[in-house]
Design a protein around this ligand. Structure first.
Ligand SMILES: [Zn+2]
Length: 297
């Protein structure tokens, strides 16, 4: 395939991945990725068995899959770059050659973080920025700017801080959303709204605090309105999962969103994940509820 055509097709695939993920709530299912069609042609976006997708007509890799290990990724390193091991076989041909080609041409690719079986969080575009033959690995960056850094193996302190901040925004936060939404079966824990595009993963203890880790037990799947209301302490959740609406809001008189969307939630109980290990941590809920009470009473 002509390289300009390949580049254009690649961008359309990345666009589709973003749009579909956004509609689902930030993730894609395996069957959607395998059954992708463009211009009447079927192009699976992942390779299920090998974890690297190199369409035969493409000169550069289209996607790679990494496996989540808690909030972090199996390819993550403390420099904020991803360290992706050479694929098995000849380091200079096949899959490895196509990854190297993505590096020399600067073509973007898609990283899929596999959170749980059959569920993938896309991170795109990412760039192959260096090759370490002595360690049999490629270095992958989350931002095109790293393709212009002369020596990515020795990042300066500000570059490293930037890379780590990017990892938080582009890897950890989207992955947190996926894990929480999947645990809650893509449903707001308060009102049971089921549209992934309108759902967030809310932190119980905010991520500005030390205990504010991106784990499912510090998360709640909430629709955008209930997430904002929770963050603003207009709504509190007790350790026993009861929803409290702030007294001043209960006294207010306004239209249907206030009445049905907020006031009528007062006294409801959260719809929790089926799996016990995914349910919110009582101590974290208590910590947060104390802040709600302090602000509203
Ligand atoms: Zn809701």
């Amino acid at each position: 395939m002509d390289s300009a055509l390949e580049a254009a097709l690649r961008l359309r695939i990345i666009d589709w991945v973003h749009q579909r993920a956004e509609a689902n709530g930030g993730f894609l299912r395996r069957d959607e990725l395998l059954d992708f069609h463009i211009d009447g042609q079927k192009i699976p976006v992942i390779d299920y068995s090998r974890g690297i997708r190199n369409p035969s007509a493409f000169a550069s890799t289209l996607s790679i899959v990494s496996t989540a290990n808690g909030p972090y990724d199996d390819t993550e390193a403390d420099d904020g770059l991803l360290h992706y091991a050479y694929r098995s076989g000849d380091p200079w041909s096949g899959d490895n050659r196509k990854l190297r080609h993505a590096m020399t041409t600067g073509q973007p690719l898609i990283l899929f973080r596999k959170e749980v079986a059959n569920i993938y969080t896309p991170v795109a575009p990412v760039y192959v920025v260096d090759d370490e033959p002595e360690n049999s690995m490629f270095l992958i960056a989350l931002d095109e700017s790293f393709t212009f850094v002369p020596d990515v193996r020795h990042l300066t302190q500000p570059q490293r801080e930037y890379a780590l901040r990017l990892a938080k925004q582009r890897l950890h936060q989207p992955a947190f959303r996926t894990r929480v939404l999947v645990a809650y079966e893509t449903r707001c824990a308060i009102c049971e709204l089921k549209h992934g595009a309108l759902l967030d993963a809310a932190h119980i203890v905010p991520d500005s605090e030390e205990a504010g880790v991106p784990t499912t037990t510090n998360g709640l799947a909430l629709c955008k309105i209930h997430h904002s209301a929770y963050d603003q302490n207009m709504l509190g959740i007790t350790a026993d999962h009861r929803v409290d609406i702030a007294l001043d809001l209960l006294a207010e008189i306004d239209g249907p969103m206030l009445k049905h969307g907020l006031q009528e939630m007062h006294g409801r109980f959260l719809k929790l994940p089926r799996k016990r290990s995914d349910r919110p941590d009582r101590e974290l809920l208590s910590w947060r509820y104390e802040r709600f009470v302090a602000r509203t009473h």
